[in-house]
Design a protein around this ligand. Structure first.
Ligand SMILES: [Zn+2]
Length: 296
């Protein structure tokens, strides 16, 4: 099963790369509140806080899109971008770091994001090696747990989540506006990817969703790592689905079942129509969870 899953994910990763034509990508801004925008393009959703004291952006997609992202932001506000927060290490969220830091933007992330970016990253699951990032791409402000920004009359809290999607996941909470950018701790592309090679785990993924839910009410506007704007109910639903799958996989592991047996139990059947059309199919997600639970 390990080899099968690896091959599948490798194919998905390669297909994603081959199909990636950045020339045709359009950056589309969506107004979330008077001051906050979400920008969609290719890669993770970008968050943007506007105001006279300068702009704060969250994630920057892929490097070839930096010019277009700058243009889209200019169309919203002429004020300069001052800060760029990376929600985690992945290149579809931090690929443009070099470009933005060269234009004077201060890049901010969790300690682990900088540590991992400095070194070659070997992703066993995707059989992919990512070389260390350029010095200009490294966050120059890092933090272990929490960091606050006080900008444009907004109170912004960066919160390090548990080891879920990766070990450097950060959510950005705009407290006055009641808006949260979750990074890939919450996504809407189907079964979420748990990057165990970057320190992620299924239990951490679920406990991170619990932390996020505790910060939300029914009015909270949620900018997910990928996909459309969401509500607390959407986050709650995903949390319940993943926890249910995790519990069934854990039970099967306890009975001594092998990962390939567990994948064929049909645990995700009732979720596949909604969640199985993205990056991961149900049985791949089950295998991923089984491997995560088997890791010590
Ligand atoms: Zn990611």
């Amino acid at each position: 099963m390990k080899g099968y899953l690896l091959l599948l994910l490798l194919m998905a990763a390669l297909a994603g790369k081959a199909q990636q034509n950045f020339d045709t990508v359009k950056i589309r801004p969506l107004k979330v509140t008077d001051q906050i925008y979400m920008l969609k393009g290719s890669g993770g959703n970008i968050g943007l806080l506007t105001g006279n004291e300068g702009l704060l952006m969250i994630d920057d997609q892929f490097a070839p899109l930096s010019v277009k992202i700058n243009e889209a932001i200019k169309s919203i506000s002429q004020n300069p971008i001052r800060f760029l927060i990376n929600t985690h290490i992945h290149g579809d969220h931090s690929g443009g770091n070099d470009n933005f830091s060269k234009q004077g933007v201060i890049v901010v992330a969790h300690d682990q994001v900088r540590e991992r970016m400095k070194k070659e990253q070997v992703n066993k699951r995707l059989n992919r090696t990512t070389p260390p990032r350029e010095k200009e791409a490294l966050p120059i402000v890092t933090f272990p747990d929490k960091l606050n920004f006080h900008l444009n009359d907004e109170e912004i809290e960066l919160i390090h989540l548990d080891r879920g999607h990766t070990d450097g996941d950060v959510a950005v909470h705009f407290k006055k506006a009641n808006v949260i950018h979750t990074g890939d701790a919450f996504v809407r592309y189907g079964y979420p990817f748990i990057d165990t090679s970057s320190g992620g785990s299924v239990n951490g993924f679920i406990s991170s969703l619990d932390k996020l839910l505790a910060m939300m009410d029914d009015q909270t506007k949620i900018i997910p790592g990928h996909g459309e704007l969401a509500t607390k109910a959407d986050v709650k639903t995903l949390r319940e689905q993943i926890a249910n799958i995790r519990d069934q996989v854990a039970k099967a592991l306890k009975k001594g079942k092998k990962i390939e047996e567990i994948s064929s139990l049909g645990i995700t059947d009732k979720y596949d129509e909604k969640l199985g059309k993205g990056f991961l199919k149900g049985k791949d997600f089950v295998a991923l969870i089984a491997e995560s639970l088997s890791e010590k």
